[in-house]
Design a protein around this ligand. Sequence first.
Ligand SMILES: [Zn+2]
Length: 646
Amino acid sequence: MDHSVKPGDDFYLYANGGWLAAASIPAGQSSYDTRAMLAEKTSQRVTKLIQEAATANSAPGTPSQKVGAYYASFMDQAAIDSRGLTPLTSEIAAITAITNKSSLSAYLGSTLNSEVDGLTANADHVLGVWINQGFEDSDHNLPHLWQGGLGMPDREAYLDPSPKMAELREHYQAHIAAILKLAGIADADTKAAHVLSLEIRIAQSHAPDSDAADVFKQNNPWKRTEFPLKAPGMDWSAYFASAGLANQMDFIVWQPSAVIGIAALVNSASIDSWKDYLKFHLVEHYATVLPTTVAAEDFPFYGKTLSGAQSPPDRNTAAIAATNAALGQAVGQLYTARYFPPEAKAKAEAMARDIITAYRTRIANLTCLSPGTKQKALAKLAAFKIGIGYPDIWIDYSTLNIVPRDAFGNMRRVEAFNRSHNLSQLKQPVDPIDWPINPQIPGAIIMFSPNAEFFSAGLLQPPYFDSHGDAASNYGSAGAGMAHEISHSFDELGNIYDAHGRLGKWWTAEDTARYHAATVALAEQFNSYCPLSGLCVNGKQVLGENIADLAGLLVAHDAYILSLKGKPDVVIDGLSGDQRFFLAFSQRWRKLQSEAALRRQITSDTHAPGQYRSDTVRNIDDWYKAYDIAPSDKLYLKPEDRIRIW
Ligand SMILES: [Zn+2]
């Protein structure tokens, strides 16, 4: 804090001045904030846990043994190098054996993996699958099919005619040739040109990135019988049989143009080009568990050219990331057992319950929604599921065998396990609390479909949330964050999903008009924040997030009052409960960033800089009371000028 600053003149500086003066941006970063602190701390803890598991001699079959063995085998570069590319022998033979459209379709089906989720832009194989409820059918899980198959990040890299992108494609083609040579394939240069040409045609069929923002474009239910008619070229019977989906009748196709385009290419592109394409991608898919010669070819293109990295990540960092990805909930069990005990979960769950109770009253009193719409919002709130910390039921890894010194085999077995685990959900009822994030990753996830939100154990820790700490601070920090996320279920992001997570707009045109009218003044308030000369916040660009901040802060404060159950809060270090609540809110937004990063944030981010998010307090009557804010203070707004939406 900086006690020399009056809270009413600059609340952010009052709350954070000491920290801002003492902290520094870590080398190689452009910013540093609460999120970065959490990520740093959690990553150190997870690294230590995994390394301990590797030397712990845990009982065979336990999560600790599997985590430790996965990590140790990944780190055993000598064992990996000694095998060369022989682990790929059977897969290469399967590709070599492809002779026609049907055997090609069957092979492509065997690569349909569940490595995608609702946010993936480009699946690793030509198509990816995500098992989730239907957009219109909340009673059944369905396979959602995804476009994929590109070795560069997106379609623009293939289609953009600029010299810069043309040069990138030349680099990529040279990289393909180098990998084919490593795999012992003759005439690699010519073949690499054919592989790139095939990928360009795949990219042409991909939906543009701009479509990703419109979920209605992704809601394309296809019957199994429609595939040969709508997307001819692929032998769909062979494809779905080897994908383990022979009996599946209903699908959601997110990007029909890609399914149609890829199926047509199975028919029109040469089988030999497909086979070279598949061999190249096979090596790339398993690159992290293949010899160092593969990594040495990969880094100059993927690391340097595409990502601008100066040196390859060290093996340990890669091994920790790979173990987290492969055995996320097993690492999560180790993490939460040590750092997020059931008492912490119970505390955070009680806070979430208070927030839901507070929302019930706030929604009932909303003025911009019509009575009928409010009923729908209340029904949505009642059906809302909230996941705190970690899953109540963990994934059972007992059938998954992790073998010491076999990094490649372990990755294959994990893939097979995940695939059968995910496909088995097609036979089960929709589980709204199927965790989409690992507990040890700091994060908050809104699902909308199903109607659920998740707050991980990695997020719910100091300085954001302290299960042994002061309730006022917890509600002002993590509570306001939680309430912010929940508000999105009821705003212009969430108003297209109903109580069961089905697509369908539940606001009327009058609701939308009243909502827009009520929010104009908040955009104007943020337009007036100008951190650098000639650079002001764009109130419209950040409006949605600022509405959520306002709702989150109000609801979290209501919830804090509820948590007191009518008793007055104690004074701690001379600060009342309300003072600590607002102080914690402001401290959650502390952030150091370079001028370039600040400019980038203001021009492109939908979130305003932390300092102005902290100034949300200006619109809250209780903040004025808590800190005795007077009309002469710089942040003072007359009661009629304070923004009231929620
Ligand atoms: Zn938000």
